[in-house]
Structures are given as C-alpha cells and as structure tokens.
Design a binder for this molecule. Structure first.
Ligand code: NAD
Ligand code: UDP
Ligand code: UDP
Length: 315
C-alpha cells in the first residue's frame, strides 16, 4: 500500500487511474482545479477512507506527503487548451517544476503524462520514441505541444541533476467513458453528435488519421510503467496502433449509434497533424503490454456512457 498523488485526478484519464489505484489497495490523494475535470467523475470515490480530494492549481506550490506522483493535470483537448493558452503552458511548465520539487523533497517516484503531440505533425511514421518531432513553436497548438516538451526536459534534467526517479509516458489519443461531452475531441464529438441526431463535423477532408486507445488499456500500461525498475525512465509510447481516418471513424460511430446524422465538412484547424500512429515495440518489450480492447468494443462502451449521460442531463 502506497500514498499516491494523482494530479488532474478528476479528469478523464485521472479518474480512471484513481479507480484502479484504489482497487489495488493504495491511498489516493486527488488534486484538481476542475478546469476540465469534474467532481462527477470521482463522486463514487468520495465516501472511501482511502480517497482524498484537494482543490488546487498545480501552478502553485503544493506541500503534501506522498510516496508516488502521477502528474496528469493539464487540459488535453485543443478547444480547452487553447481557451487560455498561457495557463496551459504554465500548467505544464510551472506545474512540472512544482511537482518535481515536491518529488525531490520527498524522494518520491514521479510519472509524467506526456503526449504524442511532442512529435507534432510527424514526417516519420509510425512514431518511435527516438523521433524528435516536428512542432511549430508559435502556432495555436504550441502552448500544449511545447509545454509538454518543456515538461519532458524538466523531468530529464531533474533526473540527471538531482537523481530523481522519473517515468515519462507519451500517450496517444485515448477515449472512453468520462470524456467531457463538450471538450471537442473527435470521439466525444462524433458520438454526442450521432446520439443527438446532429450533423457530424469532419474537419478538413477527413483523410487525416489517428490511432485510438481505449482508456482501460491505457491505464494498465501507465500503472505498469510506474512499477518498472528504477533507472528505466522512458519516454515510452502508449497507445493503440490501430490507425484509421476520421471519415472511417465517423462511419463506424454512425453504424454503431444508428440514427440519421449527415456528415458535414468544416475547415481543418491549423497545424492539425496529418497522421499519427504509435510504435509500441518498447512498451511491448518493457511492459509486456499490448492493447487488448478492439475499437468497436471500446466505442460501444463509450456510446453507452454518453447515452446515459445525455439521458441524465435531459431528466
Ligand atoms: P482532462 O482534461 O479530462 O483532465 C485533465 C485534468 O487536469 C482535469 O481534471 C483538469 O481540471 C485538471 N487540471 C488542468 N489544469 C490544472 C491545474 N493547473 N491544476 C490542477 N489541475 C488541473 O484530460 P485527460 O484526457 O484526462 O488528460 C490527462 C493527461 O493526459 C493530460 O496531461 C494530457 O495532456 C495527457 N494526455 C491525454 C491524452 C488523451 O487522449 N486523453 C493524450 C495524450 C496525453
Ligand atoms: N515545491 C513544492 N512542494 C514541495 C517542494 C517544492 O511545490 O514540497 C515547489 C517549490 O515551489 C519550488 C519548486 O517546487 O519552487 C521546485 O523545487 P526545487 O527544490 O527543485 O527548487 P527550489 O526550491 O530550489 O527553487
Ligand atoms: N476532428 C474532426 N471533427 C471534430 C473534432 C476533431 O474531424 O469534430 C479531427 C481533428 O481535426 C483531428 C482529429 O479529428 O484531425 C483528432 O482530433 P482530436 O481533437 O480528438 O485530437 P488531436 O488532434 O489532439 O489528436
């Protein structure tokens, strides 16, 4: 049993991580400022003695006592991270400095939720960890991409300079229950649009690709990474290599939901990556992990979640 801090614990991935840590018998301190997260995501944990919730913004120092830190706090969808881009960079950079300072004082192991966005709009396909990426430093996505890149730099410098025990995971597009219905990410958008019978918004011509991982698979890999031997820092890709176009995703969602939504085309946002697929050979080797949930099965679970959520909100 360990005392574990999860920053961003009221968010989509963070709340699933809190669930799994509690199931494993750990004590969890969930820290969140509720920018994109919600108490609803962790309401079922609130009565448990092993679970504690703290409203706090990690751009400010945090003095608590824990043995392990999962640093997930950061808005993740383009709509949300571009809403207040300066705060997004502060969350990644000042937030990382504070959490690393905390880890240093406590001599605690710390894991950073980094992202495939560090590869930018890649000219290497699929993306392996050795690829340095192609990121625009001054575009609309830069607050997120460069913030996350700088956070990785800080993690590796604290490791080299202060011998901190770090782990860095690069997460590729992940979906599942508890995604924010209005956060603008493609999976939640398409499902909510299909359930409401609204038009499905394809950005650009829909031929750009992504590879989507179901949340349970992702959390399993993250937990395994945290338990790897000291000295193995990553960065390590985690994601599902099953790649498809946004048009194919729209068609699959429409088929699973039914209904009569039409596809409509909207301008492609700037710097939108053309293609993305994780090379997960390192994760397979080091974590003995491959994703096990097929996209159709994961989408069915996610559709069921949004169906219930929309019905509750309508009631
Ligand atoms: P999310 O928006 O649901 O969760 C982020 C959480 O962080 C929210 O609860 C939010 O309120 C909280 N937060 C934001 N700024 C904060 C601050 N300054 N202080 C305290 N809390 C703050 O997003 P998510 O999908 O759960 O993403 C979690 C992490 O995983 C993020 O760091 C994200 O960059 C990373 N990630 C996610 C994906 C994905 O596909 N979901 C892909 C790559 C990386
Ligand atoms: N910090 C924190 N909690 C702690 C210890 C440090 O939030 O328990 C913050 C503190 O605000 C500091 C930052 O982490 O600015 C970096 O800490 P570090 O010890 O690396 O640097 P220093 O304190 O020397 O600036
Ligand atoms: N996208 C889309 N329609 C939407 C939302 C997104 O076609 O309603 C596209 C978006 O342009 C991108 C892909 O879907 O090419 C994935 O977008 P998301 O925001 O989910 O993730 P990211 O771009 O950060 O990988």
């Amino acid at each position: 049993m360990q005392r574990v801090l999860v920053t961003g614990g009221a968010g989509f991935l963070g709340s699933h991580l809190c669930d799994r840590l509690i199931q494993q018998g750990h004590e969890v301190l969930c820290v969140d400022n509720y920018f994109t997260g919600s108490k609803r995501n962790i309401a079922h944990l609130l009565g448990k003695p092993e679970f504690e919730l703290l409203r706090h913004d990690i751009t400010f120092p945090l003095y608590v006592e824990v043995e392990r830190i999962f640093n997930l706090a950061c808005p993740a969808s383009p709509v949300h991270y571009q809403y207040d881009p300066v705060q997004t960079t502060k969350t990644s950079v000042h937030g990382a400095i504070n959490m690393l300072g905390l880890a240093k004082r406590l001599n605690a192991r710390i894991l950073q939720a980094s992202t495939s966005e560090v590869y930018g709009d890649p000219e290497v396909h699929p993306q392996a960890e050795g690829y340095w990426g192609r990121v625009n430093p001054i575009g609309l996505r830069s607050c997120y991409d460069e913030g996350k890149r700088c956070a990785e730099t800080l993690f590796f410098d604290y490791h080299r300079q202060h011998a901190l025990d770090i782990k860095v995971v690069r997460i590729f597009n992940t979906y599942g229950p508890r995604m924010h219905p209005n956060d603008g990410r493609v999976v939640s958008n398409f499902i909510v649009q299909a359930l409401r019978g609204e038009d499905i918004t394809i950005f650009g011509d829909g031929t750009q690709t992504r590879s989507f991982c179901y949340v349970d698979d992702l959390i399993e890999a993250m937990l395994r990474m945290m338990d790897t031997e000291a000295g193995f820092t990553g960065p390590i890709n985690i994601g599902n290599p099953d790649e498809f176009t946004m048009l194919e995703l729209a068609e699959t969602v429409l088929r699973l939901v039914g209904g009569r939504s039409r596809l409509v085309y909207r301008p492609l946002p700037s710097d939108d990556p053309r293609q993305r697929q994780p090379d997960i050979r390192l994760a397979t080797e080091k974590l003995d992990w491959i994703p096990s949930i097929a996209v159709e099965d994961g989408l069915k679970e996610t559709i069921g979640y949004f169906r219930r959520l929309l019905a509750e909100d309508a009631a």
